[in-house]
Design a protein. Structure first.
Length: 357
């Protein structure tokens, strides 16, 4: 009879004990599998009479629950036993695997080194917002309305306004175009607006230009700009400051030259080249076989910029400079593709573990 079968299988289940995975799996297949005993007795139950179903229904459900509960209990016991055995077999005298040490980004390393060099000369660090208004990004820096840098091909505009603003309309308010800053010179304006000379600071940060991405250019990059405003500041002060910076960063004996240039916010303006650190001036692809590599632009702060920030240009003068951190890192680490800095390739980044200290 069906009830006798259930009684027999119940006794087998109650007596079954194991911690072996293969024996437990055989138990599951025998009782709970798709062709197992429980499936078999339920099929036999369907052919029973009405009176038998009334008496066997509860017994059959209890039997099924017993098999499932037994399997789950033995499974948990086997897992705990395996973990205990693993702990017992653990040899604490073996050397640990340890954690892999991370690495700093090469741009962060270069930025830190530049900040430390200028800190020796008394320069502090100033920062500002990456989303700027027209005044701080362009107008206060003596950019004419028709300057190409205002065009959409160079600047990522967030909001275009129909009204413009001149130096006489006040300062410090977000009037006109709103854009992602194209240089950290905007931080210089904010610093001069909010304080009084003397100023001696550098401004590191990310900037944005609407340019095609290639090995030599990117739509975002990092700059460090510097500003020194005080009485009787001369171009000679600028040259000596930058000469000291180059010797500290690239080593004594690195040659420097200045070439006349044009920037709206400085007058006179210059671009500074150094002797190629790769070929030592002999000529290579990086320096285009000239022996020189441009690393920054600089100049004396235009009097209009000082006046826009309510600084007396007859009493105060100053110099400013700006460099791309990527360009400095290219020369320092001999990296030829700017895209590597932003692709987060661990094979590239792990090379700078030794520069952590």
């Amino acid at each position: 009879m069906l009830q006798d079968k259930i009684q027999k299988y119940t006794e087998e289940i109650n007596q079954f004990v194991t911690q072996k995975a293969d024996e437990l799996e055989q138990f599951r297949i025998k009782y709970l599998g798709s062709k197992g005993i429980i499936k078999e007795v339920f099929e036999e139950f369907k052919t029973a009479s009405v009176d038998e179903k009334k008496s066997l229904g509860k017994v059959l459900n209890t039997f099924k629950q017993l098999a499932e509960s037994k399997y789950q209990t033995l499974k948990e016991s086997a897992i705990e036993g395996k973990a205990a055995n693993a702990d017992e077999n653990l040899d604490l005298s073996l050397p640990g695997e340890g954690f892999e040490i991370g690495s700093r980004h090469p741009l962060a390393l270069v930025r830190r080194e530049i900040v430390e060099i200028f800190a020796k000369l008394g320069f502090t660090v100033a920062e500002g917002p990456e989303i700027e208004d027209d005044w701080h990004n362009f107008s206060a820096l003596n950019f004419p309305e028709e300057h190409p840098a205002r065009d959409m091909q160079d600047t990522f505009f967030i909001k275009k306004a129909t009204t413009s603003r001149s130096a006489g309309e006040g300062r410090g308010e977000a009037i006109g175009d709103i854009a992602l800053r194209t240089h950290t010179s905007s931080v210089q304006v904010r610093m001069m607006e909010q304080g009084k000379p003397p100023f001696r600071a550098i401004m590191p940060g990310r900037v944005y230009r609407n340019e095609a991405i290639s090995a030599r250019a990117h739509c975002f990059f990092h700059q460090i700009e510097g500003l020194y405003v005080d009485e009787n500041v001369s171009f000679a002060d600028l040259k000596q400051t930058l000469f000291y910076f180059v010797q500290e960063l690239y080593g004594e004996g690195t040659k420097v030259r200045f070439r006349p240039s044009y920037f709206p916010f400085t007058e006179p303006s210059a671009e500074m080249d150094i002797s190629c650190t790769i070929c030592k001036g002999a000529g290579c692809t990086l320096c285009k076989y000239s022996g020189w590599v441009e690393i920054l632009g600089c100049g004396m702060v235009d009097p209009n910029v000082l006046e826009n920030c309510d600084i007396d240009s007859k009493k105060y003068s100053g110099f400013a400079f700006g460099m791309g951190i990527e360009r400095i890192a290219n020369l320092k680490f001999e990296i030829k593709d700017l895209r590597l800095f932003s692709e987060n390739d661990l094979r590239f980044l792990k090379q700078y573990k030794s520069a952590l200290i």
